[in-house]
Design a protein. Structure first.
Length: 129
């Protein structure tokens, strides 16, 4: 008869709000989330582009609609998704060629990405508001 190994009892933490992820994981997860946001917003962006190119009246209607604060907030959200996906993508490409792969350098590059995204979104928001 074969003896069974004792099952190790590991502590289980099922509350996802108490898990503290490292900054590298947060930037990576946000990179994926921003890619999903960009992909899901693509049909709306293409529809707005098509409407704005249809006629001069449609262009004026679309451009006047973008003066509303709700559309400006949507544009700022899309700018966040674009800038985060862009800068985090460059970070991932750099790490793929083994640049900044130590833990300390990876944390530093994650902070740089977050600062660049914040600065870029703030500049974009200032320009459109």
């Amino acid at each position: 008869m074969i003896a069974k190994k004792p099952i190790k009892q590991r502590p289980k933490n099922l509350n996802l709000f108490t898990i503290r992820l490292p900054i590298n994981a947060v930037v990576s997860i946000m990179h994926r989330a921003s890619g999903v946001v960009l992909f899901l917003m693509l049909p709306a962006v293409l529809w707005v582009l098509q409407q704005s190119l249809a006629s001069e009246a449609d262009y004026l209607r679309i451009s006047s609609g973008f003066q509303h604060w709700v559309f400006k907030l949507i544009l700022i959200g899309m700018a966040w998704a674009f800038f985060h996906h862009f800068f985090a993508g460059i970070r991932h490409l750099a790490m793929d060629v083994h640049w900044m792969t130590s833990l300390q350098k990876a944390r530093f590059s994650s902070r740089v990405v977050l600062w660049l995204v914040g600065l870029s979104v703030a500049m974009f928001a200032w320009c459109i508001w």
